[in-house]
Design a protein around this ligand. Structure first.
Ligand code: MG
Length: 338
């Protein structure tokens, strides 16, 4: 078995701004795994919000990759779960190995991962397309460009919320999801803004308050007219029972939880606790997006657009048609290098 790493700078089509700051590009790590003549790929998109960077992701991979030698990749469930316990944190690194192993297994059986797991592509929900924070004029223009999507996701920062949403509504009436990225700090301000947004065709709110403000979220959940989705507050499946008191749903990202195996557990657990499920992403190539797309037919909300926000995607994956990801039926993750 041979495993190689390659750093890849993904360039954003538009400067991407959220409540945390702006970026022009994001550094990712590609993992190329080859064994028995089958080549597979995975991807790590470390995010600084979770204290993950190229450096600590590479270090974790350097520890984990030697553990694959001599292992039976077809016994992937136990193998991936063991890798998850071998180093602390480093979820992007773990996700990259999980997807490379599953890509290999799918190619071995000549089946897409969703078929291997008995998931029907017929129940694929629409995916939202993100508009990052910008001037009202720029956000209005972006909304106009994206009229072919069925739902938008708009980043807000708790400062110019009404101005920005009003600008978008001048040109576009499609439903909007709002991601505050922890931008509101006061629960009464958050409730006042959410009530206003509910009247503007907004369908849900992601992470309204800082993740640490748990008690305020329990309060907000009682009064909010819109579903509240935990993103930054949801990092581990052991958080799920507690989050059920404070949110209506969770945003599951492979880069936060460590890959497809854990994400599939999260979907099952969240349902058990009455939570809605969303599948989200970081700024990723089509590799990471194709991995999450395998599970997308199982969730309530899909937000898998990271590959559509960059202009140098090194892989081809699953196309989006009228806001719905079309799983291409190819084995493994279903991606090929460009
Ligand atoms: Mg979010």
């Amino acid at each position: 078995m041979d495993v190689q790493l390659a750093q890849k700078k993904l360039n954003l089509l538009h400067t991407f701004t959220t409540a945390y700051g702006s970026s022009e590009s994001r550094d990712n790590l590609m993992v190329m795994l080859s064994s028995q003549g089958i080549e597979a790929v995975g991807q790590a998109a470390p995010h600084p919000r979770y204290d993950e960077h190229i450096e600590n992701t590479s270090e974790a991979l350097a520890k984990l990759i030697p553990l694959l030698q001599g292992q039976d990749l077809l016994a992937y469930d136990g193998l991936i779960r063991r890798l998850l316990t071998e180093v602390d944190g480093a979820y992007a690194a773990k996700a990259a190995l999980d997807m490379a192993i599953l890509d290999w297994v799918g190619k071995f059986y000549n089946l897409p991962i969703y078929r291997l797991w008995g998931i029907s592509p017929a129940t694929m929900p629409i995916t939202s397309m993100t508009i990052g924070l910008d001037s009202p004029e720029e956000m209005r223009e972006r909304a106009q460009e994206l009229h072919n999507y069925a739902e938008l996701k708009v980043k807000l920062d708790g400062v110019r919320d009404r101005e920005l949403i009003s600008a978008i509504r001048e040109v576009c009436q499609i439903p909007v999801r709002v991601d505050a990225n922890e931008g509101w700090e006061d629960r009464t301000v958050a409730l006042r803004e959410i009530e206003w947004l509910a009247g503007m065709g907004v369908t849900l709110i992601e992470q309204p308050l800082p993740a640490a403000q748990y008690d305020d979220m329990v309060w907000l959940k009682q009064y909010s007219p819109l579903p509240l989705i935990a993103d930054e507050a949801f990092c581990s499946n052991s958080d799920i029972p507690r989050l059920a008191e404070a949110y209506h749903g969770i945003n599951i990202k492979l880069m936060k939880c460590g890959g497809l195996i854990v994400a599939k557990d999260a979907i099952v657990l969240a349902r058990l606790y009455g939570l809605k499920t969303m599948l989200g992403c970081m700024i990723e190539s089509s590799v990471g997006i194709a991995a999450a797309a395998q599970l997308a037919p199982l969730v309530d909300y899909v937000d898998l657009d990271g590959n559509l926000l960059i202009n140098n995607d090194p892989y081809d994956g699953h196309p989006v048609n009228q806001g719905v990801i079309q799983l291409n039926g190819k084995p493994g993750l279903g991606v090929s290098p460009k």
